[in-house]
Design a protein. Sequence first.
Length: 306
Amino acid sequence: MAEAGAGRPIEDRTAPVARGAANLLFIAPAMLLFGLFVLWPVGSAFYYAFTHWDGFTAPRWAGLDNFQRAFADAVHLMSYVHVMLYILGTLIFEVSFGLAVAVLLNSDRRGFALMRGFFFSPVVLSMSAAGVLWAFVLDYRSGLLNSVLKALGAGELAQPWLSQPATALIAIMIVSGWKYAGFYMVIFFAALRRIPRNIYEAATLDGAGPFVQFFQITLPLLRQNVMVAVLLAVTGGFAGFDLFFTMTNGNPFGATEVPATWIMKQAFDKNQLSYGISLTVVLAAVVMAISLVYLRISERLSVHRY
């Protein structure tokens, strides 16, 4: 600070500018990486979505041709029906089952920690490895499931689980639930540990049973956690690829085709990279719209609740 003749300090106007320049230097590397690996690929994807490009030759401007084709593509449109059914399955087999297991194992009694670890163990397995493993288990001729059914004298129940449209998608839903229910169990278990025990003790003294306590105490207090879990399940469901690719690759007869597998086939199997990119743009727009609508609804429900 410089001193004026009358003894009043004169503000140094260069100090804020210097601090701003220093701050920019600190964030410059992160912004550079963000621009190179996020903004540039996103911008390039939007450009190539409006072209005809196979990844090798020079792109040719196509306007809205790829998007018109996408909305006229019956397999593409049906893939969204399949993924919505798959998301419904994840809400049942992952979120709901994870919540049930968390409530049942919410205890410090001996052996419960081991059981929680047992239910969580599939989460550490990669999705591709899980898909390959269960593809062998569900194989019609030599799979473990059908072999066990035959050994128990229930061979008539043996099915080509992954080779018929009636069971293929359901089988993938169940495998996904086996894989990720433990993840949601941990989320709900951590939230349950924050609920004071005296609330349940008071409810027990008032004569409330386990089911009443769950619906009147546990579920309302886990409201925010349930909303986050549902959002994760929905967005993760749209990104589902590994299980579908390793277990069925969209078969049988396209019964398990989802947007991610159809994008991969168009972009890399048929060398129609620009069309695959346009399908990716459509998928990103759908996921963003659903996420925004869900967050807005959740925000309004929370406001009305409190």
